[in-house]
Design a protein around this ligand. Structure first.
Ligand SMILES: C[S@@+](CC[C@H](N)C(=O)[O-])C[C@H]1O[C@@H](n2cnc3c(N)ncnc32)[C@H](O)[C@@H]1O
Length: 220
């Protein structure tokens, strides 16, 4: 599917699926949305020195970059497992401006490294951050590793209902350790009900600018 580069409200770039007119991030701001949904309301809420994260939809790598930055500032050890069915091309990656906006020269090298790993292989990005990117559909993923946190960042429930139904959340639930959390930008009633029906305890928390609420779900 054809994609174009867009600039969102906070000046950060993102991509858009042209045929769906669907952006990868909030049009109000990609960077501020990721910081809020996945870092502040996700990673920062996990009280453990070592955190295994699974991301559904690695995409631009923005969530991985911000997780790296958080881990560095907060002395966390991260194992980051990205699942992506349609990886970005090198040309698309080169158009993402996150490292310019984050104004930390060290992150330029890290962002490049995040996109140069061999698919399916654990790669050391830094002493405290390792990454494995798997190029497949989440629906086809067969994984026995357990995670502390899932970044559920698929396209919207309207466009990808198969990634927001009971079957998808059952899979997410089984990939989490007891006490593990799943965060996502959606707060839709049908999404919340699907999560609850597979055993998640669901909280609605304030969303990023432009969005009233988002969901954080916990495996009790
Ligand atoms: C809303 S975008 C978010 C991307 C990414 N988290 C980011 O910050 O750039 C959704 C991502 O999910 C990927 N995707 C779509 N369907 C998928 C599937 N069935 N399995 C895995 N990834 C999928 C898309 O290619 C896209 O990268």
């Amino acid at each position: 599917m054809k994609r174009s580069v867009i600039t969102t409200g906070d000046g950060s770039t993102s991509l858009k699926i042209d045929a769906w007119d669907e952006p990868y991030h909030s049009r109000h701001g990609a960077l501020q949305e990721s910081q809020h949904v996945f870092i502040r309301e996700g990673l920062a809420q996990v009280d453990a020195p070592k955190v295994a994260i699974l991301e559904l939809g690695f995409g631009t790598g923005l969530n991985a970059l911000l997780s790296y930055d958080f881990a560095k500032a907060n002395s966390k050890i991260i194992e980051y497992y990205g699942v992506e069915a349609f990886p970005l091309t090198p040309a698309e990656v080169s158009e993402m401006n996150y490292t310019e906006l984050l104004a930390d020269e060290g992150l330029i090298k890290i962002f490049t490294k995040l996109h140069l790993t061999q698919p399916g292989v654990w790669t050391t990005i830094d002493s405290f951050f390792s990454l494995k990117n798997v190029e497949k559909r989440f629906e086809e993923l067969q994984e026995t590793k357990k995670f502390d946190l899932i970044y559920h960042d698929a396209f919207s429930p309207k466009l990808q209902p198969e990634l927001w139904d009971e079957k998808a959340f059952e899979k997410g639930f089984s990939l989490l350790r007891s006490g593990g959390k799943l965060v996502t930008y959606s707060a839709k009633g049908s999404v919340r009900r699907a999560m609850e029906s597979v055993g998640f305890v669901v909280e609605k928390v304030p969303g990023p600018p432009g969005k009233r609420e988002m969901i954080r779900a916990t495996k009790g």
